[in-house]
Design a protein around this ligand. Structure first.
Ligand code: ATP
Ligand code: MG
Length: 236
């Protein structure tokens, strides 16, 4: 079963008389362990697609299935719960809560899902170790670098059993070397069984992908496989 399955998906936004076809006719399957990169000009529909897969927004037509479940059929309450238990989000802007320690930030989704605090904190420390931040649990976001903050956001996205990460330009505010480290981390998580769907404007990031999905004006125009050596390099 694919982790993510889109079938004839469309999403149109209307404001006043104007209608914007943000996505139309999108069909795509993403399997476990895959890192799929979305590329396309500003306004091509990348964020809209990630929002639909994450259950933050609903398609007007077609089906969006995550782990076999049709999100269009789920009531809002269940969509909200899935955001705590199934998918993790990473955004360009670092969105950690400054007054909480790193461990507290990472454990938030689990605590929101009702996991007892001690167990949530233990899982948070494990997730921090998984992203190379062992021993930083008690520090605060403003005490670490931007790249490290993005690692914390990734830890929060995979904490507990969540293994689907939706990342919207996660390297957009990082320098290229730090951005490449973040891509390598995501590649490593995928090789360990996570699934990542990621938007980027940076072709260098696409080299870490299993597949590159090109969007244009809301349509899927091309799916490309980057050369294998780049993927292997990223996996190290
Ligand atoms: N909530 C909304 N209301 C109205 N129009 C929207 C909304 N969200 C997106 N759009 C429109 O849908 C289209 C796709 O937007 P989207 O944000 O998905 O593009 P994007 O590929 O993520 O762009 P960028 O690279 O700038 O982030 C754009 O024309 C945008 O203006
Ligand atoms: Mg966007």
């Amino acid at each position: 079963m694919p982790v993510v399955e889109l079938e004839g998906v469309a999403r149109t936004f209307t404001s006043g008389d104007a209608a914007v076809r943000a996505l139309h006719g999108i069909s795509l399957q993403v399997g476990r362990g895959e890192l799929v990169v979305l590329m396309g000009a500003s306004g091509s529909g990348k964020t809209t697609l990630l929002s639909l897969v994450g259950g933050l927004d609903r398609a007007d037509a077609g089906a969006v299935r995550v782990l076999g479940e049709d999100l269009g059929r789920l009531p809002e309450r269940q969509l909200a719960r899935r955001r705590l238990t199934t998918v993790g989000f990473v955004f360009q802007e670092l969105n950690l809560l400054p007054e909480l320690t790193l461990e507290e930030n990472v454990s938030l989704p689990l605590e929101g899902a009702g996991v007892p605090r001690a167990a949530a904190r233990t899982a948070a420390r494990q997730a921090l170790a998984e992203v190379g931040l062992d021993g930083t649990a008690r520090r605060y976001p403003d005490e670490i670098s931007g790249g490290q903050q993005q690692r914390v956001a990734i830890a929060r996205a995979v904490v507990g059993d969540r293994r689907l990460v939706l990342a919207d330009e996660p390297t957009g505010s990082l320098d290229s070397a730090t951005g490449a480290e973040i891509m390598m981390l995501l590649r490593r998580l995928c090789d360990a069984g996570a699934t990542v769907l990621l938007s980027t404007h940076n072709p260098a990031n696409a080299a870490f992908a299993d597949r590159i999905v090109h969007l244009k004006d809301g349509a899927l125009v091309r799916i490309e496989q980057p050369p294998a050596p780049a993927r292997r390099e990223g996996a190290q």
